[in-house]
Design a protein around this ligand. Sequence first.
Ligand code: PEP
Ligand code: MG
Length: 563
Amino acid sequence: MTERVLAGVPASPGTAFGGVRRLDAAGEIDGTVLEDVLRPAAAARALEALTQSARELDELAGKLRSEGRTEEADILDAGTMMAEDPVLLESVENAVLSRGLTAASAILVEVETVARQLDTLGDPELAARAADVRSLARRASRLASGDAGGARRKTAGDAILVAPDLGPADVIELDSDVSGIALAVGGVTGHAAIVARGLGLPMVVGLGNGVLSLIEGEPCIVDADRSAVIVSPDSARVAAVRRAIAAAREAHGRAMAARALPTVTRDGRFVRVLANAATPIEVRAALEAGADGIGLLRTELAFLEAKHWPTVAEHRRTLEPVLTPLRGRTATVRLLDFGGDKTPPFLKGVHGRGVELLLEDGEEALSAQLEAILETGDATELRVLIPMVTEAGQVRAVRAAIDRIAARRGSRVPLLAAMVEVPAAAVMADRLAPEVGMFSIGTNDLTSFQLGIDRTRPGGSPSHHPAVLRLIAATVEAARTAGIPVEVCGESASSPLVMPLLVGLGVDELSVGAAAVARVRGWVRALDFAEAAIIARRALDAESAGQVELLERPLRALLDDAG
Ligand code: PEP
Ligand code: MG
């Protein structure tokens, strides 16, 4: 077989190799109409399958709670409640008895009706529940048609789970021999992706129906860092991937063992390492890996299906579980960054991005979010981060709203930070710095806007291009003059190529994905700041990204040794 590459969207980082294990959409809805005599037994089987599913989910939730994994357990409770819902049980029974559907089809049809209702209610939390409910349908219909194995079926060696889509329960109860996940559809912000990230399982979604024709046992590589699945890889590639996976495992073990050591470079410069998160599961994983706190909370990801600007109550519901574990620690909550590829249905057709959109709404949307942030973040070292800032007036408008709400509530006034992720903000950094308490550089957008490239293109983003590094240097300089710290929260903060340059340019804080926290902490300890500063200055004078790559090779080798 020759090697084939399927392109997708990375939902959980890393690389995995194994044999395909197919988890097909259990029991397709078939057109069978059962004869009258067969219906009572089929109806009983459907109800038993739902009861059995409730039992399984409940057991699984209990196990997770005993391990302290309460957020994952809470996700499963939605499925249990649905499986025990008398209205659903009655409609499934009727579908078999009066319409003659098979047990598996009746479950799939009736649960799908509920899922569609949840989808259309306009509440993002309920819409997220729809995926949980569909996951229940797959489990119960599998049981009803006599397949109790599902994702737990064994293949020899490591397995790559291949499926149309997955529910969070499917991911949570994967056997430990599943090393990666490849999905035909699925979103990066769905619960399954969140659980996969929490578990550190590489996952690529949106691969299209091509992935569903893979044969059970066929070898493949899930490479989330290249946004691809490589089917029937040649032996040289397999050997390279195996070596990389073994090295990554070993390095992760070493990094976790050393996670409590202070993040000080060899020559004594302290660099704070925080984490990026959008969910409680990521916050927990980040704290376990030694993160000093959260350097970027992407609040908009919970509202990508919203039908209106979120209300105070909706913000409160999503913020509370994320901010509660951060008591006494840094919590950098970014205001909604809608727009671009994060445009919810109610903003379709609207131009603008981030703070511009929030302010356009006449302050109501902004006030609702600030009210909830100040309330739920009261016990944290709270920082409010403004996305897509282009001018000082935007900062002043947000500050005025914060001051007004904090005064009314009697809350402490949080530190106000501006994202520097549009070249305009970097160029105007000297004007912005006196208005804020901190800068956070978003190298994902900054690189894309500065170099005119699509940030979602495969192959990563060249944040080490001198044109981007110069914007970062200008931002750091303006921050120094104003006496405020600078964080980098884009993906480059965990890139072995760019991270040493960021440290060398004088960045104070790095905020990285939860799975990268322990590794980046180790990198800080391996670096020599003075050496990184010399190379960073040379990089500013380079004429291309390629030249910078040559320059920083010695630093990179240092990080490779550190893992
Ligand atoms: C960035 O642009 O680098 C950033 C951190 O923001 P986001 O990735 O959420 O756009
Ligand atoms: Mg951004």
